[in-house]
Design a protein. Structure first.
Lengths: 130, 135
């Protein structure tokens, strides 16, 4: 089955991104296709490479980046939600006059149209959040 | 993308306590460009999003309630409000903004966008959907 996933909560504060991650791993293992993972609301905080959790805990951001690399996952961070919360790639940093970017490897910033398209194209859209 | 799906946007929260209603509305507006079959649902504290006379000046937050009036222009013309949620909060349809849309197939007649429906009717509607967003 072709699946799209929406992640609506930030890492560590909320279980949603852990559950989404575990779901995607299980779905890939079972042979399903992940069309796209879309990060919205505080979910955009899953995409900052500046995250530094304690060493004895899971690294949620790196885990997404590694999963993306291994399975060619399309990890999309909503641009409007990201701007509110300070998640920027180099283009956005330049455009908004910021001195740095912080997007993690494997993530890209794009618009909400990508979410709607994910809903249209996939057999199922799964939403993780409150 | 020739395929048309049924999209439902469920709004469950009061307008200004969290950012979900505002960001949810942004999804609806962008989604409107994709020409899918769209409806919105307001349940629980979500019914407060449609309340008349919202004033956010003292809170310093942006009053985004006028955006709901533009939904008709985006061809988002079906807003289902749950009767039980209104009643539980001491509200009636008269407390809500009078939202309308213009029906181009009916000589641009102005028609109400808000439909008050029961919990049971909503459950049937939900059953028909392909894609459901929760905000």
């Amino acid at each position: 089955m072709k699946l799209s996933v929406m992640v609506n909560e930030g890492p560590y504060t909320h279980q949603a991104s852990d559950t989404a991650y575990n779901f995607i791993v299980a779905a890939l293992t079972a042979g399903h296709e992940i069309f796209r993972v879309f990060f919205y609301h505080d979910g955009v905080n899953n995409g900052t490479r500046l995250t530094t959790p304690p060493q004895d805990d899971r690294h949620i951001v790196n885990r997404w980046s590694e999963l993306s690399e291994a399975h060619d996952l399309d990890l999309v961070v909503c641009v409007a939600a990201a701007q509110r919360r300070g998640i920027v790639d180099s283009d956005e940093a330049k455009r908004n006059g910021k001195d740095s970017d912080n997007i993690a490897p494997g993530f890209r910033i794009s618009g909400l149209g990508q979410l709607i398209e994910a809903g249209v194209q996939a057999d199922r859209l799964l939403v993780f959040g409150d | 993308m020739s395929e048309t799906k049924k999209f439902m946007y469920i709004n469950r929260r009061a307008p200004y306590g969290t950012v979900y209603p505002l960001e949810g509305l942004e999804v609806v507006l962008i989604g409107a460009a994709f020409e899918q079959e769209v409806c919105m649902v307001f349940i629980s504290d979500g019914v407060f999003q449609l309340k008349q006379g919202q004033d956010t000046i003292d809170s310093g937050m942006k009053n985004f309630s006028p955006t709901y009036r533009a939904l008709g222009d985006y061809e988002v013309t079906r807003l289902y409000v749950e009767r039980e949620s209104l009643e539980e909060r001491g509200l009636t349809e008269a407390d809500l903004m009078p939202l309308t849309w213009e029906d181009e197939d009916d000589d641009w007649a102005e028609k109400p966008s808000i439909h008050i429906v029961s919990r049971t009717q909503l459950s049937d509607l939900l059953e028909e959907q392909d894609v459901v967003f929760n905000f």
